[in-house]
Design a protein around this ligand. Structure first.
Ligand SMILES: Cc1cc2nc3c(=O)[nH]c(=O)nc-3n(C[C@H](O)[C@H](O)[C@H](O)COP(=O)(O)O)c2cc1C
Length: 401
């Protein structure tokens, strides 16, 4: 996700500096070019050699490094950065950023840079809660610096409370959002995801193989692009994406209820959930007893939520309706029929018989169908990338391009 991005990792002198070494690897694994700047205190905690070996680049520490004097290091580093992350950020470094100081390389680079800056405070809980630190964090936050709240728990200084440097995975969404085009800023988006489960009795249910990954990727990428996202999710094993308002449901009827409750506000609705077409006609209280003769199940049709949304929308422009159609085999005609019948603006068709695509995997291969009969075939991509491409198309539809 970070291919070709130039990221400066600023490490200041806190006990969590050792964790920053792991962050270098995490950023590199995502494809970023990582340049490390260390404060003098940081070098008391970890060796610059570790950071240069892991990043594959020279570590910058000195504003007045002789060998680089002709380059004016702080200006060059600032100009080339797509993002600066300071982790851990000490109370001291935060105070100096708040006052616009430029007496060490890291603070001077931040002052000279125009790219986004993410600050990850890590310190003793009393230092973190001190009004001076609170004020300094509020000051840098008010200027647009992204401040990531520290984790809570037992701290290396034997304190207990807020101050722990999070793991990189907890900060990853901030990084992706900081580097994303904010072309959905403030747009109210509803996404449905996951399967629905329809109870037969208190133990058993009728379900399907949807994992929710595609819908969760749709929600996470929209959030990264600045949208205000509500994710209505059937049961999944996935962690809710950072910053998304999640509504958990179980059955198709509950999903319909949640969708209808939020529909008036939504500007875009993406229906990626695999809603069960049927539910057992009766759900038994307790447990259906085993019977040698077998069991006949009577099923009732569930409401078609997308069809209902299409009817409510009528000829109105809002909300934009995007449907997903999972078909066994490449049935684009079936997708076109659904697009028209359900009054959608776009239909994303995926072939669940394709071993690379479908429910459980990390990747998907989809065809996007448009109202004007147009179709667009996307290559095999990671689900996050498929989601980003779908948002690119939705942004264009919103601009009527
Ligand atoms: C063992 C030890 C651990 C420290 N841990 C932290 C810490 O986690 N967070 C912090 O803000 N300061 C911590 N400090 C204090 C900073 O190292 C000190 O404020 C230093 O001036 C920070 O410099 P810098 O911000 O330029 O890196 C620690 C100091 C020592 C001796």
């Amino acid at each position: 996700m970070l291919d070709g991005r130039n990221i400066i990792l600023g490490i200041s002198g806190g006990i969590a500096a050792y964790k920053a070494a792991g962050w270098i690897r995490d950023l590199k694994r995502e494809g970023a070019e990582v340049t490390v700047i260390m404060t003098r205190s940081a070098t008391e905690f970890i060796a610059p050699l570790t950071c240069s070996a892991l990043s594959g680049n020279r570590v910058h520490r000195d504003m007045f490094a002789r060998e680089a004097a002709h380059e004016i290091p702080h200006i060059n580093l600032a100009a080339n950065a797509d993002l600066i992350i300071i982790a851990p950020a000490t109370a001291n470094t935060i105070a100096r950023l708040a006052h616009g100081m430029a007496d060490d390389l890291l603070c001077a680079v931040v002052l000279a840079a125009r790219c986004p800056v993410i600050v990850c405070p890590a310190m003793n809980d009393k230092m973190y809660r001190h009004p001076a630190t609170r004020d300094n964090l509020a000051t840098i936050g008010s200027r647009g610096t992204i401040v990531v709240d520290p984790g809570e728990g037992s701290l290396a200084c034997r304190g207990n409370g807020p101050g722990r440097l999070p793991e990189f995975v907890e900060v990853r969404e901030f990084v992706l959002a900081a580097l994303s085009n904010q072309d959905l800023a403030g747009v109210k988006i509803m996404v449905t995801a996951g399967p629905t489960v329809e109870p037969l009795d208190q133990v058993r249910f009728l379900g399907n193989r949807a994992t929710g990954r595609m819908g969760y990727a749709i929600a996470a990428t929209a959030r990264r692009r600045g949208a205000d996202v509500t994710l209505i999710s059937g049961p999944t094993s996935l962690a809710p994406p950072t910053g998304v308002n999640i509504v958990n449901v179980s059955t198709a009827l509950e999903m319909r209820h949640a969708v209808m409750a939020g529909i008036n506000e939504a500007e875009v609705v993406v229906k990626a959930a695999a809603v069960s077409d049927f539910r057992p006609a009766v759900s038994v209280d307790g447990k259906i007893k085993k019977a040698a003769s077998g069991l006949d199940l009577q099923l009732t049709a569930n409401p078609d939520i997308l069809m209902e949304l299409g009817r409510i929308k009528g000829k109105a422009e809002k909300p934009l309706l995007i449907g997903f159609a999972a078909e066994a085999g490449e049935k684009l005609g079936e997708g076109q029929r659904k697009l028209k019948e359900k009054n959608c603006d776009m239909m994303v068709v995926n072939n669940i018989s394709d071993p690379d695509a479908g429910f459980a995997g990390e990747s998907n291969r989809v065809v996007i169908l448009y109202r004007n009969g147009g179709e667009e075939r996307l290559p095999l991509l990671k689900k996050d990338e498929v989601a980003d491409r779908i948002w690119d198309r939705i942004v264009r539809l919103r601009r009527r391009e």
